[in-house]
Design a protein around this ligand. Structure first.
Ligand SMILES: C[S@@+](CC[C@H](N)C(=O)[O-])C[C@H]1O[C@@H](n2cnc3c(N)ncnc32)[C@H](O)[C@@H]1O
Length: 222
């Protein structure tokens, strides 16, 4: 039987992340083909292999964290919807005291561990769905590209609000997808990020780092 770790190694190639210097991930380049292979190996009804791709929200957020290490250094960090682990790995590289990755996909969990090892950082603590809570224990809550579907956004946004209300610093990476309520966030940073045209509708996307409005006093453009 193929293990999740063997499958990630078999299905992906370790390589650089477009737009995020200094981090390498196990990545695939054929979304639908990999989704089919995932179902062949582990059974039907699996969610798409989000973990095998870097998403623009995660790319811009990882880049921001690496460039603003003070946002996470010495602090406990929770990465929600971690996928490949890109944002969690960036937090570890930026000096977070502890990093926890929240994921619901067992293949993603395997990818997160492999990707952390490939980048020379300790694998983050892995937890499942924490969205009914407030991220207790985390000084910083990071969320890269988790507003891609209405049901998930409907749980993530109240979760982020609860985390912010208890004093956590909340940062969201997102291209401004339909389910992100822009009026409740301000933009801390914005970058043109190379993305897979197969996943998005073009090869480059403007991606932003968002924070709850009181923490986002200005726009930063490059
Ligand atoms: C679009 S991917 C983004 C991955 C990564 N943050 C990035 O930006 O590259 C969203 C991820 O959220 C995960 N996810 C979905 N529902 C979740 C939940 N309730 N709790 C934790 N993770 C969840 C999915 O499995 C998927 O890996």
């Amino acid at each position: 039987m193929t293990t999740a770790e063997q499958f990630v190694r078999w299905a992906c190639r370790l390589g650089p992340v477009p737009g995020v210097a200094g981090i390498r991930l196990h990545l695939a380049d054929d979304v639908l083909g990999l989704w089919q292979r995932t179902e062949d190996a582990f059974g039907e009804g699996r969610q798409p292999p989000f973990w095998a791709f870097a998403w623009p929200g995660g790319q811009v957020l990882a880049r921001y964290v690496l460039g603003h290490a003070g946002a996470v250094a010495g602090r406990s960090v929770l990465d929600v919807g971690s996928g490949s682990g890109l944002v969690a790995i960036a937090a570890a590289k930026a000096g977070a005291a502890t990093v926890t990755a929240s994921e619901v996909d067992a293949l993603a969990a395997a990818a997160i561990v492999l990707n952390a090892q490939a980048n020379g950082v300790p694998p983050p603590a892995l937890v499942g769905d924490v969205l009914d809570g407030d991220g207790a224990g985390a000084d910083v809550v990071l969320a890269g590209d988790v507003c891609y579907a209405r049901p998930l956004a409907a749980r993530v946004l109240p979760f982020l609000e609860r985390a912010a209300a208890r004093g956590a610093s909340v940062l969201v990476g997102d291209i401004g997808r339909a389910f992100l309520p822009r009026g409740r966030f301000g933009v801390l940073d914005a970058r043109d990020i190379p993305v897979m045209a197969e996943l998005e509708d073009s090869g480059v996307k403007r991606a932003m780092v968002w924070a709850p409005v009181p923490e986002a006093p200005c726009w930063v453009h490059e």
